[in-house]
Design a protein around this ligand. Sequence first.
Ligand code: ZN
Length: 195
Amino acid sequence: MKKNIAEVVNISNNVYEKGLVSGKAGNISTRHKSECGDIISITPTLKSLGDLKEEDVVLVDINGNILTKGKPSSEVNMHIEIYKNRNDVNAIVHTHSPYATGFAFSSKRIKRYEGFGTVNSKFLAYIDYEKPGTNKLAKKAAEGLSTENVLILKNHGVVCISDNLKEAESLALFVEETAKTQFITHMLNSSEDYI
Ligand SMILES: [Zn+2]
């Protein structure tokens, strides 16, 4: 358990430093499978991921019961639903990274580049807007991630999942860089040619 908590802190600090989250936004968790049931280590609500400490990480069981002090992220239900739906997933990184979220707020979709695993479609998957922190969002996000490892939440942000936190973090970074490249391409294509 100690290792999982340390990893949540480490990845939280990383995503903050890399600009994938800011203020008190974003949430991260990892699942520990045990014979007594799954334990999820998740970031707390209303706390910056940039200066998270081990004692801030909250432990919950797969039914959402809080096992330690503190209050888990307001998106704890989304994390739980995703874990329930995907037995192969043990790590979730949710960000509002600026370029990817810019696409999420626009009518443009993010093209799927090589590096996103199996190419199922031309664009990254997305779900329509649901209010943050609601059960509706939790259910829809879990459904949207049934066969995907990246999901764009319309007018909200990005969710990346993997079997480990390091990989989920890399995916979040890759989504952001992909969105940034595509944003630059759109800008260049729409500007005048000065040559
Ligand atoms: Zn969010």
